[in-house]
Design a protein around this ligand. Structure first.
Ligand code: PLP
Length: 386
């Protein structure tokens, strides 16, 4: 890869590649959702400066960090966050785990909208809650929520929460105001708590616009918390904290109490430095990356071989490729991608059974790498036809 990843980066870790793709030799790995690019110079500089200090003890998180986040959201999403509680959490997964733990009981149902980010299911089952499936529908116009089914599932009194992936990983939808209003109405009516995972919100591609759940929820009575942070946007999942935002003091208090009980608030000196630098100085780097993602998506649109389609991408840097017309089952497709194309993509069935026949490719990468991936697919498809 042009970007030199450390040996133990998950994307290139030999044991992970062996397990998922039968080995890393000659494989082009584009499976983990993070940018394979030189990261924002301001962030790298802030980390280098922090390292140079040569002291890495207990630190107090500056108030300014949260302020930088809200300045960022008001500029980029016209969302000031007035009146909302903002709580620091080590990761999105941690936040979802704590919210499920605090707001639902063992056995309660938590709704998912598959095909969807893999961790959600394991967070629900690990907490001994029940996964309630509300699959997305694939229409001629792309993926849509099945709102009738959502209303039916939400009406079950044992259903207590919905994990809303907004924007949606892996299908790349950015939900519209109307779609979010429909979710709000259903969840308010049936008292279903909405965990809005908005970690990809900054990765919305024009002309789509990101609508924060908070803005649609205002004054409706729906209970919710939204999850944010710089980790996906700036490639900082190994360093940075994330945020939980809510308008509900009770939820904020429950979250803070549990965090404090488990010492989840422990600081990381590098995380603090990178978090502020990203939001203060990362805008132009992000704009460049979003342009690159759109250019890479256009490459896929134009050059994928017959038999492979790419879903229209409204947000995230994750292309969702449709291989169904090659008529392979989920396992065959996964082995064909790994062995014949030598491509490390996330097979669609990892995201739920609705993902069978699809695969996810990270396209926040140099165009030469996307060209290489396309050439591998062209060759593999040509071999099939022989
Ligand atoms: C929608 C979504 N939520 C959460 C995460 C993971 O966040 P964390 O590593 O902070 O748990 C990812 C990672 O790809 C993601 O795509």
């Amino acid at each position: 890869m042009p970007l030199q990843l450390p040996m133990n980066a998950q994307a290139t870790d030999p044991a992970s590649l062996e397990r998922h793709f039968g080995g890393g030799e000659g494989l082009l790995p584009l499976w983990i959702a993070e940018p394979y690019l030189d990261l924002a110079p301001a962030v790298v500089a802030a980390l280098q400066e922090r390292a140079d200090i040569g002291w890495y003890g207990y630190e107090v998180r500056p108030e300014s960090a949260i302020g930088e986040f809200w300045k960022w959201t008001s500029i980029r999403h016209d969302w000031t966050g007035a009146g909302l509680a903002t709580i620091v959490s080590p990761s999105v997964g941690t936040s979802i785990g704590v919210l499920i733990d605090q707001l639902t009981e063992p056995g309660d149902g938590v709704i998912l909208q598959p095909p969807v980010f893999t961790d959600f299911k394991s967070l629900i089952t690990a907490a001994k809650r029940t996964v309630v499936r509300n699959p997305l529908e694939l229409t001629d116009d792309g993926y849509r929520m099945n709102l009738d089914d959502l209303a039916k599932k939400a009406a079950d009194p044992t259903t207590r929460a919905l994990i809303l992936c907004s924007p949606h990983n892996p299908v790349g939808r950015v939900w519209t105001v109307e779609e979010l209003e429909a979710v709000v109405a259903i969840c308010a009516r049936h008292d279903v708590f909405v965990i809005a995972d908005e970690i990809h919100g900054d990765l919305t591609l024009p002309p789509a616009t990101f609508v924060p759940f908070a803005e649609v929820a205002k004054g409706t009575g729906v209970s919710w918390a939204a999850l944010h942070g710089p980790i996906k946007t700036f490639g900082l999942a190994g360093v940075c904290d994330t945020l939980v935002v809510t308008d509900d003091d009770r939820v904020a208090k429950l979250f803070e109490t549990r965090s404090s009980q488990l010492h989840l608030t422990r600081n990381n000196v590098f995380g603090i430095a990178a978090f502020e630098a990203a939001y203060r100085s990362g805008a132009s780097w992000l704009d460049d990356m979003l342009e690159l993602v759109q250019a890479n998506q256009a490459l896929l649109d134009a050059e994928l071989p017959d038999g492979i389609e790419v879903a229209h991408l409204e947000g995230t840097y994750l292309a969702w490729l449709d291989f169904r017309s090659l008529r392979m089952d989920a396992r065959e497709l996964a082995s064909w991608l790994a062995e014949s194309a030598r491509l490390g993509l996330s097979p669609g069935h990892w995201f739920g059974r609705e993902g069978a026949g699809f695969a996810r490719m990270t396209i926040a990468a140099p165009p030469e790498q996307i060209e290489d991936a396309i050439a591998r697919l062209q060759n593999a498809v040509a071999t099939l036809k022989r």
